[in-house]
Design a protein. Structure first.
Length: 184
């Protein structure tokens, strides 16, 4: 275990159901292995149902609700994917505002797969270089982003560092870059 993230607390923002499990668990493990403290935030406190694609997987306990936390509580944010997860989050003002607040505060955000839908809703992708699951490219381009098809993208051309990846196969690269960004 390294100590790159010692003393750092990282928020993982997810919906009550629909999060792609591996896109939650692998970055979570990376944060823990680097000495950081991950915290699960959802739209409400309680169990969240993760999925393996369209099949229900494990449940996890959300520590906090999005409307009860502040960007000042955290050193970074992870937005896992799963189709239903960000689609739900973008309809919840507290979740959208929390995601936006990391950009306003200049704190790093890591997003994978369908996760950027929440960032489109937060209006924070204009002028940013980003990748995602391919079906989001039109949404991201329409929101002013420079969408690219790459394993991992680290964009520092904005108020914060934005790390993005396309899919579960990209998780090793994604996790390495998010630890670097959260370490500062």
């Amino acid at each position: 275990m390294s100590n790159e993230l010692s003393g750092k607390k990282i928020a993982f923002l997810v919906a009550p159901e629909g999060t792609e499990q591996v896109e939650l668990t692998k970055p979570w493990e990376a944060v823990e292995q680097a000495g950081g403290t991950p915290e699960l935030v959802s739209t409400e406190v309680g169990k969240i149902q993760a999925f393996n694609h369209l099949t229900p997987a494990d449940t996890f306990e959300a520590d906090k609700a999005a409307d009860a936390v502040s960007v000042s509580d955290y050193d970074g944010l992870v937005l896992p994917g799963g189709v239903a997860n960000p689609d739900y989050l973008r309809t919840k003002p507290a979740a959208v505002e929390l995601a936006k607040s990391f950009f306003d505060a200049g704190k790093p955000v890591a997003v994978i797969c369908h996760g950027p839908w929440t960032l489109v809703e937060a209006d924070v992708v204009e002028g940013r270089r980003i990748t995602s699951w391919p079906s989001l490219q039109t949404d991201l381009r329409n929101a002013g982003a420079d969408w690219v098809d790459e394993e991992v993208v680290v964009c520092t051309g904005g108020p914060n560092t934005l790390i993005s990846s396309r899919k579960p196969d990209d998780l090793p690269a994604f996790c390495g870059k998010l630890v670097e960004a959260f370490a500062g």
